[in-house]
Design a protein around this ligand. Structure first.
Ligand code: PHE
Length: 349
């Protein structure tokens, strides 16, 4: 009978099948109810209460069985999912801060104290920002000097690049075409500009001191009557704060960058006799940063009048600065993704 089958249903799906069979639109009891319409009034008076009673009884039985099955299911789940609080917890593995990010934080903190704001630009750059606006002559071999990663031609026949340095962001800041700028610059205010630009940079190069992806931190100051003395003071202050030393003896060596004139590399006094590098001691020199006065052509390319505005710029290799401070021997290890290396050289958050 229906009652026996309901009582014997062992899961909710089976029970539901029985319900549809009896009480569904074309179920057996539903058909009986429909048949009431074709009966004579007398017959209906007799059969009506019986059939309705049958339907109510079956529906109630199904509901009871359903509640029982649901309770049994819940009991089984509670039994199987019980948490054993006496078990020892799994060992906790904590992440570490990558040295490059630690160094970036340290550098940003020093420059922030000096009043620099933070700006960013895209990793995928166009030729104009990476080269042309920075006074690289067209078709000039200097464009190859950076071992540039060129992207395939896009629909407009343009070849973008993975930026070879953070200097293109100088251009974006001066042009105020950068939505990742501090609002006081993005809002189109005139100089003074004082920004630093941390970011990833790319060159097709790989050895103990070069990786295809690395990090730079660019600096740009634009104001009236800016000269190299301001540049040297800024860099000296930074070196002292970053290496946690008194101001270290430094020197400018003449260099060439298309976008600065004059250009220099700054060296700091250090001691290399002990295998590592001790900044501020000894009698060796260590190249630490490329820099110079912003070239008048660059100012002009960015819509600034070089007779009114001058400035300086510098570009640090962030990862290299980390190697110097924290003594990693090989730059390639930095981005090899070996967790053991990260546990050794990483910083706790
Ligand atoms: N962009 C230069 C480089 O990648 C560094 C630099 C930045 C030099 C700013 C001068 C001024 O080598």
């Amino acid at each position: 009978t229906l009652d026996e089958r309901i009582a014997a249903a062992t899961d909710l799906a089976a029970l539901e099948a029985i319900r549809v069979e009896a009480l569904g639109k074309t179920g057996s009891i539903s058909e009986l109810l429909k048949s009431l319409g074709k009966m004579s009034p007398d017959e209906r008076r007799e059969q009506g209460p019986k059939i309705n009673g049958l339907r109510d009884g079956v529906a109630a039985h199904i509901a009871r069985r359903k509640a029982a099955l649901e309770q049994a299911e819940l009991d089984a789940r509670l039994a199987s999912e019980r948490v054993d609080l006496s078990l020892p917890p799994p060992p906790e593995r904590r992440g570490r801060v990558h040295p490059t990010m630690q160094v970036l934080d340290e550098m940003i903190a020093v420059f922030a104290d000096m009043g620099f704001a933070l700006a960013e630009g895209p990793d995928i750059e166009d030729d104009f920002h990476n080269f042309t606006a920075l006074n690289f002559p067209p078709k000039h071999p200097a464009r190859e000097m950076h071992d540039t990663f060129w992207l395939p031609e896009d629909a407009n026949g343009e070849r973008k690049v993975l930026r070879t340095h953070t200097s293109p962001v100088q251009v974006r800041v001066m042009q105020r075409l950068n939505d990742k700028l501090p609002s006081w610059i993005a809002n189109g205010q005139e100089p003074p500009i004082r920004v630093i630009v941390p970011g990833r940079t790319y060159r097709s190069d790989s050895d103990a001191t070069h990786t295809p992806m690395f990090h730079q931190l660019e600096g740009l100051v634009i104001d009236r009557n800016i000269h190299m003395g301001h540049l040297k003071w800024t860099l000296d202050q930074f070196i002292a704060r970053y290496f946690e030393t008194p101001v270290v003896e430094s020197r400018f060596r003449p260099h060439h960058f298309p976008f600065t004139e004059p250009s220099a590399e700054m060296d700091v006094k250090c001691d290399r006799s002990g295998g590592g590098v001790k900044i501020g001691e000894g009698s060796d020199w260590m190249e630490i940063v490329g820099c110079g006065m912003v070239h008048p052509n660059v100012l002009r390319n960015c819509g600034l009048d070089p007779d009114e505005w001058q400035g300086f710029a510098f570009g640090f290799g962030v990862d290299r600065l980390g190697m110097l401070k924290y003594g990693m021997p090989d730059l390639r290890d930095m981005f090899a993704g070996d967790v053991r290396w990260l546990e050794h050289y990483g910083f706790s958050a």
